[in-house]
Design a protein. Sequence first.
Length: 151
Amino acid sequence: MSYNSENGLSYRIDKERWNYERAIAGKFLLVTTTDLNSWDVMVAYKNLKDVERAFDELKNLLKLRPIFHRTDKRVKAHVFVCYLALLTKRLITEGSHSDKRLKELKSLKMHELNTDNKTVWMRNETTHTQQEILESLDLQKPPKISPETPM
């Protein structure tokens, strides 16, 4: 099929090629050496995006790098804590209004108070919304005052 315009522009559509491209639009081809069936291969491939996004969050959002620990044990512990933080974030942001939930909980803080040679930790007041979020996650709010260092 050919077209000509008044200003001299002309083009031709290869109908066979056009139909082929339309038929494969949005599709992808996966080649694997595993014994998995095609559905499981596709699911595993799509899950790869989630894994890559998680590593991106660990590196960027949670600032996993640089790690200034000198022993393997401490590096592993640091990565483990970051991984737990990622899992916690994922649990909080699961479902609808995820960004709002995380934003709301960010203002929940513990403050160190030093009086008469004694250190205690005090939590700020929780809002009604924060309490609802904690309850939806089946979590109790942290104690108002704690004599121990919070973890």
